[in-house]
Design a protein around this ligand. Structure first.
Ligand SMILES: Cc1ncc(COP(=O)(O)O)c(C=O)c1O
Length: 435
């Protein structure tokens, strides 16, 4: 068999066989979406094609930020791979060009970069910097969040199943949600009092405060929307206690929120550390920590940080190509425009359905609370909707403490026309729920 005919044979092998082989090698706990898992074989922009030749509109994936199989990224990676690919212990212009281009999108205080290969590595490193700087170990996180898969991140994970118990140095705090049906007038005051209590408890236990780690979109939490004054209020309290502020921009970064390049800019704050991942290399693994000159120098003086695959010319070429396409195609402005259009169309759709509560999100990350007629969360209905959307050719997912918030977070090349297609199918799927 030639390699071509072998590939065709592999692609047409029945899905059940592939699933059995996957279970026999990767095990059955490695998660797969959908009752009948999708075998996707190719992508193009916002479109995905399965092994049977059916195409789907991708309303879910944020890693292919500038579109699936983007030719500019593919060509840049390919050209660099054919030229040279080495770690950062030799001078190479590509990584410096990338650092310059990336840092140009940040505020004046955030002008240094550590490169990593994933969001987990970035958060792990940011926590390490914060611990060393503050001399403390305590961490404040949201009480339903996920920041990565290392041991120290597992110890602060509350938004996904892990065996590790919550670390004694971790205090999860409830993120106040201005969109919740029961959000009272004292929402902000009560939530900040909870933060004060968490800080006091860390200090009493001798951990002190090293960091507040948060996702500006509170996405795992179900796209919660804190009231004005919350995020900056927490940041001020954490800093007063000697800790640092870490914005995890793995989900919210790179123009996703439409109004700004970075999610933390929605709150008018400048964090001490910003962690990056997912969309950074359009699928080529690239992550990073952006920080201040002082913090990077302090860490560098005391630690020899080296990361074999991080900041190679190839990963830098991928990162540069993503920034280039974003700029050339005006994707941040597009996210703002398409996002506003989606929000306008979601509201009447929600008003018509007895099963939709709050309309959530910013830019090209939007969600709907799926609820029972009495307003309680309806995870089974959310799951049914996601399956129905798949049969209608649109991929979406769900998040949140009750797993009932529809999660729609397409590649940034999603246009108004794509949005209208998604919304039309969502409207029909919601109508079907009423019957
Ligand atoms: C907010 C956030 N931070 C960090 C991570 C971890 O990133 P990675 O899977 O690249 O290690 C994720 C992954 O889902 C995430 O959503």
């Amino acid at each position: 068999m030639t390699s071509d005919t072998a590939a065709i044979a592999a692609a047409t092998r029945p899905a059940q066989d592939l699933l059995a082989r996957r279970h026999a090698t990767l095990g059955s706990h490695s998660p797969l979406f959908y009752e009948t898992p999708l075998e996707l074989v190719s992508g193009n922009g916002v479109w995905l094609t399965d092994a049977q030749g059916r195409t789907y509109l991708d309303g879910y994936n944020n890693v292919p930020h500038v579109g699936h199989a983007n030719p500019v990224v593919a060509d840049a990676v390919n050209a660099q791979l054919r030229t040279i690919n080495l770690h950062t212990r030799y001078l190479n212009s590509r990584v410096v060009e990338y650092a310059e281009a990336l840092l140009a999108t940040f505020g004046d205080g955030l002008q240094r970069l550590f490169l990593t290969n994933s969001g987990s590595e970035a958060n792990e490193l940011a926590l390490r910097v914060a611990r060393q700087h503050s001399g403390n170990t305590g961490v404040l996180v949201s009480d339903f969040s996920y920041h990565g898969n290392t041991t120290s991140l597992a110890e602060l994970t509350t938004g996904l199943q892990v065996r590790e118990p919550l670390g004694a140095h971790v205090r999860p705090v409830r993120i106040p949600d201005a969109l919740a049906a029961d959000a009272g007038e004292r929402l902000l005051e009560q939530a900040l009092a909870e933060v004060d209590a968490a800080i006091a408890s860390l200090q009493e236990a001798g951990h002190g405060v090293s960091a507040f780690l948060f996702d500006p979109l509170f996405s795992t939490e179900g796209l919660l929307q804190p009231p004005a004054g919350y995020v900056d209020g927490v940041a001020a309290r954490v800093r007063a206690a000697g800790g640092l502020v870490i914005a995890d921009e793995v989900q919210s970064g790179f123009g996703r929120v439409g109004s700004s390049m970075w999610g933390h800019q929605m709150f008018g704050i400048e964090p001490d550390l910003v962690t990056l991942g997912k969309p950074m290399g359009n699928g080529y693994p690239v992550g990073g920590v952006v920080t201040t000159a002082d913090l990077l120098d302090e860490f560098g003086r005391n630690n020899m940080y080296f990361n074999t695959f991080a900041g190679t010319p190839v990963s830098s070429a991928a990162g540069l190509a993503v920034l280039q396409v974003m700029e050339e195609e005006g994707l941040m402005a597009q996210a703002a425009g398409v996002g506003a259009h989606i929000a306008d169309r979601l509201r009447p759709l929600a008003a018509k359905s007895t099963h939709v509560g709050a309309v959530r999100g910013r830019g090209l990350f939007f969600g709907l609370d799926i609820v029972e007629a009495d307003g309680t969360p309806a995870p089974a209905l959310a799951k049914a909707l996601i399956e129905d959307m798949k049969t209608r050719g649109v991929l979406i997912s769900r998040v949140g403490r009750h797993d009932n918030v529809l999660k729609m977070r397409p590649p940034m090349v999603f246009t108004r026309e794509h949005a209208d297609q998604l919304l039309e199918q969502l409207g029909l799927a919601l109508e079907a729920l009423e019957k």
